[in-house]
Design a protein around this ligand. Structure first.
Ligand SMILES: [Zn+2]
Length: 403
């Protein structure tokens, strides 16, 4: 690489949609921005800059539009990757969609003497929500340094110290009791963590960034699995993201597909189906026992209403139908291990109207104990759907048969 005694910026001028919008990088990045950045990174006042077209290529930029909203600054044998904030405001996470791409390009380039930065363009908007702070902290965790931090964000952008720290911060800032996140991080026992990540649409940016951060801060003894979760199609994370995760090397990547679910069903009676878990996360949000509100993720399980052992025994169902019932989100509830066992032992019984009861003729001291550990005696109405009632009916018919 040519040794540059005067710092020089190379910035691809075209954005993905410049042809339509008429907005190019030379319209949004001023000479003042570049001057500040150059002085911060090199201590030099004099610099050169060039907005290059799609055809331009060198060892840091390929023939294409500006992926990752990146500028490359070269000075002697040093290379600085600078990702610029998005000044548009098209939706919750559109502003940071280019960040994983910028990281991918930085991370996979083999050049050694490189550094990664983020620069807030002066006219950035709407970038101080809890969601954004969380995303900036993910960026700090994977090695982004921030060249300038808006006043409202000062003191907030620091890397996560551990996966538990990351999970806690996310919980505190997210809308509790609601599902529909792009990504869920579940802590199991023994330093094992499962990431349930949606891979379609804009979700894939969140999922990629969360996985990068978790892999970056993981300790040696942590075991991490990414379950790629799709309801709408069979897509995976983009190849560029998967490539980064493979290089990081400390994450096991599993696509939740039909074959996986068929295998699980054949193997396990007490099904540990990733699809079932993903659907419960989507339906109920983070793990929390429906009967006592316990949130200790390590002891919370997906409890089936119509038991998997019974579904498997039904001779009138095809294997595909069995998988359908065993993984249906409406056929399940989150329960702590205590309540799950009590439910499966038919000591606690849920009726079709969503009311919680104990079995008949229960001993006095049993009842006192159950009263002590149980806080909810009626399920919220959104849970008591028609399908839910069908599953409960099938379950409760079994209890009657066995009496
Ligand atoms: Zn419980």
């Amino acid at each position: 690489m040519k040794n540059r005694k005067v710092p020089k910026f190379f910035i691809k001028n075209n954005m993905q949609k410049s042809n339509i919008t008429g907005v190019y990088f030379e319209n949004i990045i001023s000479r003042d921005d570049l001057s500040v950045i150059c002085y911060d990174l090199t201590g030099q006042r004099d610099f050169l800059y060039e907005f290059v077209d799609n055809e331009y290529e060198d060892e840091f930029l390929s023939k294409s539009y500006n992926k990752g909203r990146l500028g490359i600054l070269r000075y002697f044998d040093k290379v600085f990757y600078i990702s610029f904030s998005d000044i548009s405001n098209k939706g919750r996470n559109s502003a940071l969609q280019s960040v994983p791409t910028a990281f991918n390009l930085f991370f996979t380039n083999k050049y050694k003497n490189k550094e990664l930065y983020f620069y807030f363009l002066p006219n950035s908007i709407n970038n101080t929500t809890n969601y954004h702070i969380f995303m900036y902290r993910l960026m700090a965790s994977i090695g982004f340094s921030f060249l300038n931090i808006p006043d409202k964000l000062k003191g907030y952008i620091k890397p996560f110290s551990s996966i538990d720290d990351l999970i806690l911060s996310r919980k505190e800032n997210s809308n509790k009791n609601s599902g529909n996140n792009a990504t869920y991080i579940v802590k199991n026992g023994n330093n094992s963590y499962d990431i349930y990540g949606k891979t379609y649409g804009a979700n894939k940016y969140d999922t990629s960034l969360i996985c990068y951060a978790i892999c970056s801060i993981a300790q040696k003894h942590d075991s991490i699995t990414l379950f790629e979760y799709n309801e709408q199609d069979l897509s995976e994370l983009p190849e560029s993201s998967l490539n980064v995760l493979r290089i990081m090397g400390n994450i096991n990547i599993i696509n939740i597909d039909d074959e996986l679910e068929l295998r699980e069903l054949r193997k396990n009676n007490s099904i540990r189906s990733p699809r079932f878990n993903a659907r419960l996360l989507d339906r109920f949000g983070e793990k929390k026992c429906i009967l006592c509100c316990c949130e200790i993720s390590e002891i919370i399980q997906g409890a089936h209403l119509w038991p998997v052992s019974e579904i498997k025994n039904r001779k009138d169902l095809s294997l595909e139908q069995k998988v359908y019932y065993a993984t249906d989100g409406e056929n399940g509830l989150w329960m702590c291990q205590n309540h799950h066992k009590l439910f499966d032992s038919n000591i606690i019984i849920i009726s079709e109207n969503g009311k919680i009861n104990y079995k008949d003729n229960i001993e006095r001291n049993y009842k006192d104990f159950l009263d002590n550990i149980t806080t909810n005696f009626e399920l919220p109405s959104f849970i008591v759907t028609h399908k839910f009632q069908e599953y409960i009916k099938l379950r409760n018919e079994l209890i009657t048969q066995n009496l």
